[in-house]
Design a protein. Sequence first.
Length: 311
Amino acid sequence: MRINTTRQIFLISLVGLLSACSSTQNSAPVSERRIGGTTPPKAAVEDRTTYTVRKGDTLYRIALDFGQSYSEIVAWNNLANPNDIKVGQVLRVAPPDSASGRSGGAQIGSIASSSGVESRPLGPPSTTTASTTATNKTSPRGEKRPYSDATLAEMQKPDSAQAAAPAATTTAKPAAPTEPAAPVALATDDDSVSWMWPAEGKVVGTFDDGRKGLDIAGKSGQAVMAAGAGKVMYAGSGIRGYGNLVIVKHTSNLLSAYAHNKAILVKEGQNVNKGQKIAEMGDSDSDSVKLHFEIRQQGKPVDPSKFLPSR
């Protein structure tokens, strides 16, 4: 009887030990592994270097939306006819990278070398070369003449008359080279641009109303002024809905647009100062006389009231 009791106790202990081992195995941590060690894909970054043409697009509109010059987009894409762009066509809307620029420079250099034209730095020639050249041009050549009393008398005369001829040839100086036009001095960063209101008048439409800028009411012919210093990158009427439009570039990221003008007083490529009159207010492509004013940052409309001073 005692033997049976001992056996039962042993069996119960054995069953308990096996259960503990099974529980320990099931509770082992499970580590999650990714196949090939790959990481989750990152969100796609917006590509603003190219654009696919959609129905109704114009090159002027694309240039405005990306904050670029119309003529630059034409050049970057080698467009023979800028008015003939097709739906689905991919256009470059950002400058080529610096590597392309460097390779282009190398190609120009190789073409110049192969054509046999020697390229030299634009520095002043050395004094040795200059003096040698001057000597070769002005010194008379020696000549052999038979001896006679007449020849001897002629050679003993003062050589002022002979020196007059070379002196006459050296009086004419080449015209001084014209200085190249100074590059446009755009502000280095967006915060350094000094802004002012582009026109006097009541604000009849704001950015918060769903517009891309401000609408300022006024009188026909009223002065429209550059809200900040910059360079005119567009002046014309090629963008539907804007009428006679002027676009001024202030930094590589910032530009301002002035729409519905009666007359445009500046031309593309012209530098303008803050407060300079660039147009006259009108109602071109509008139902009333007003100035539609936009500020765009990297081609996207932003609220002008965040940049303009308070009135």
